[in-house]
Design a protein around this ligand. Structure first.
Ligand SMILES: Cc1cc2nc3c(=O)[nH]c(=O)nc-3n(C[C@H](O)[C@H](O)[C@H](O)COP(=O)(O)OP(=O)(O)OC[C@H]3O[C@@H](n4cnc5c(N)ncnc54)[C@H](O)[C@@H]3O)c2cc1C
Ligand code: FES
Length: 283
């Protein structure tokens, strides 16, 4: 059981929870994730460790409510407990001085970008961060990203805050002007694909954090397989961070859509049950 000690709404459908999980907090490293289960019959939900505090024994998760399980998680409040909270899982990023690192976070991907930028800044890298969201209200953790960055650049697709356009436009400009030694990108798969396409002609090593559908999270079911450099890799144990120039992004996007029908059915059923419960409460 892992108790929720703090909850915050960061943006519409994006929530932060600080969870008591001392065993995870002691061992967590930037790049790793947890798999949680809300109740006995709940599905396993992989979420990146957005921050951790070994002295307090807490782990911070940030999630976007996109379907049944993340919406259910969003209904939990401070003091409630999450049944299983397993981690840290996956491999950590290599923490050393590369020189100039550009960290890119798109949408809810800003959260997993933070611990990576923080760890690399602590190793003496010059960190340029680029964070982007669809619109101003969807942007969060600008101040926290500023704290761990030498330069912070902000974009919104609609121009309601920061520079209008995609993170890739700003990245292209940085690459034209400055020597960059490493790019790390976390966000929607299409964003990570575009970032990798932008950096390839510049010959800049690019790491991306993949988010395929996962089940066990320990390398046994094969559900999270991705093709990297023509070889089959399991994201949960071989990743989630891979070389963006070697990932087959199109296959990943197709595999993410495999259960759309079932996911929609599960969400509809859950919303109907919620509506019935609400009606009983009113009566
Ligand atoms: C290593 C990793 C780290 C992640 N970190 C974060 C994070 O920090 N914040 C965040 O908001 N999301 C993160 N995700 C995605 C998150 O796990 C899914 O959004 C969540 O499982 C969706 O469940 P659902 O029931 O709410 O939605 P569903 O309606 O079931 O699915 C909505 C979409 O989410 C994806 N998805 C569904 N089930 C899974 C699953 N078991 N594993 C992975 N993806 C799934 C699919 O693309 C699907 O189309 C991460 C995924 C992985 C693999
Ligand atoms: S989630 Fe089962 S092998 Fe990775």
């Amino acid at each position: 059981m892992a108790k929720i000690v703090h909850k915050e709404v960061l943006a519409p459908q994006i929530k932060l929870m600080v969870v008591e999980a001392p065993w995870v907090a002691q061992k967590a490293k930037a790049g790793q994730f947890v798999v949680l289960r809300i109740h006995e019959r709940g599905e396993r939900v992989p979420l990146t460790i957005a921050d951790f505090d070994p002295s307090q024994g807490t782990v911070t998760i940030i999630f976007q409510e996109v379907g049944k399980s993340t919406m259910l998680l969003g209904t939990l409040e401070e003091g409630d407990e999450i049944l299983d909270f397993v981690g840290p899982l996956g491999k950590e990023i290599e923490e050393r001085n590369f020189g100039h690192v550009v960290c890119i976070g798109g949408g809810v991907g800003i959260a997993p970008t933070y611990p990576k930028a923080k760890a690399l800044k602590e190793k003496g890298n010059f960190v340029t961060s680029i964070i982007g969201a669809r619109t101003k209200t969807m942007l969060f953790w600008e101040e926290k990203m500023q704290e761990v960055s030498d330069v912070l650049l902000v974009t919104t697709d609609d121009g309601t805050y920061g520079e209008k356009g995609f993170v890739t436009h700003v990245l292209e400009r940085v690459l034209q002007k400055e020597k960059v030694d490493l790019v790390i990108a976390v966000g929607p798969v299409i964003m990570m694909k575009m970032v990798s396409m932008v950096t390839k002609p510049h010959g800049v090593k690019t790491l991306v954090s993949l988010n395929p559908i996962m089940v066990d999270g320990t390398g046994m079911c094969g559900c999270c397989r991705v093709t990297v450099d023509g070889k089959c890799k399991f994201t949960c144990v071989d990743g989630p961070v891979f070389d963006g120039h070697s990932v087959n992004f199109d296959e990943l996007m197709a595999r993410q859509r495999i259960y759309l029908e079932e996911e929609q059915r599960a969400l509809d059923l859950w919303l109907t049950e919620q509506a019935k419960e609400e009606a009983f409460r009113v009566v």
